[in-house]
Design a protein around this ligand. Structure first.
Ligand code: GLN
Length: 199
C-alpha cells in the first residue's frame, strides 16, 4: 500500500521509517501529481506556518483538500494536525481546514513545551504506549462528528473524524508503530471501499 508523506519541512524521515516498518510503501509528496494513486497521506510535524506556506506555494493545499474531500485518509501529527484544523489560535498558519477541531498552538507551558509520556488508547492498543509532545498544540474544541480516541490530562490528544486522524503528539519519535498501523487500517478500509471503523 502506497502512503504519502508531505515532504516539505519537519519530521519526514521519521514518518517514512514508521510507515515502512508498519508495512506500507512510503512516497515523498512535494507536488500535486505525487498524490496520484496514494492510499493515504501523512502530514508530519514541524513548523505549521512553514509547512502551510509551502503547501500553498506548490499547489498542494488545494490538491490535498480535494483528495481528502474525495475520501483519501489523512494523518496529521502536531503541526500536521494544526494544518488540518478548522481554525488555530496563537498565530494562524494557512490552514487546510478539513477537520472540525480548533487548536491552540504551543499551548503547553514553557517548562513542559516538550515531554514524553505514556498514553492509553484502547482503540489503538490494549497497552499504554509512549509518545512525545514537542511544542504541541492543545485541541480546544471538537465538533460533533469528531471522536476523541485518547486524552492526556483530560485534553484530547488523538482525534478522528471519518478518515481524518490527528495527533497532538509524535508517535514516530519514540518508535511506536501502533498509531501508524491504525492509520494504515483506515487507508486499507478506504482502498476496499468499506466505511471507516469509527467516525
Ligand atoms: N509548535 C509547532 C507549530 O505550532 C508544532 C510543533 C510540532 O509539530 N512538533 O507549528
Amino acid at each position: 500500500m502506497r502512503v504519502g508523506v508531505v515532504a516539505l519541512q519537519g519530521d519526514v524521515a521519521e514518518h517514512v521509517e514508521a510507515l515502512r516498518q508498519a508495512g506500507a510503501e512510503p512516497v515523498l509528496v512535494r507536488t500535486p501529481q505525487a498524490l496520484e494513486g496514494l492510499a493515504g497521506l501523512v502530514v508530519p510535524g514541524g513548523e505549521s506556518t512553514t509547512i502551510g506556506t509551502l503547501l500553498a506555494r506548490c499547489g498542494l493545499d488545494a490538491a490535498i483538500r480535494r483528495r481528502a474531500e474525495e475520501g483519501m485518509p489523512l494523518f496529521g501529527t502536531c503541526a500536521g494536525l494544526i494544518l488540518m484544523a478548522r481554525s488555530a489560535s496563537g498565530g494562524e498558519p494557512p490552514l487546510l481546514r478539513l477537520m472540525d477541531v480548533t487548536v491552540e498552538r504551543n499551548a503547553y507551558g514553557r517548562q513542559r513545551e516538550s515531554f514524553e509520556v505514556e498514553i492509553s488508547c484502547p482503540v489503538v492498543d490494549p497497552n499504554p504506549f509512549r509518545v512525545a509532545f514537542i511544542r504541541a498544540p492543545v485541541v480546544t474544541w471538537v465538533g460533533e462528528g469528531v471522536h476523541v480516541l485518547a486524552r492526556h490530562e483530560g485534553l484530547p490528544v488523538l482525534v478522528q473524524q471519518g478518515r481524518l486522524l490527528g495527533a497532538t503528539f509524535h508517535p514516530e519519535i519514540t518508535g511506536y508503530l501502533g498509531v501508524h498501523r491504525y492509520f494504515l487500517e483506515l487507508s486499507a478500509q478506504r482502498a476496499r471501499g468499506t466505511p471507516p471503523s469509527r467516525g
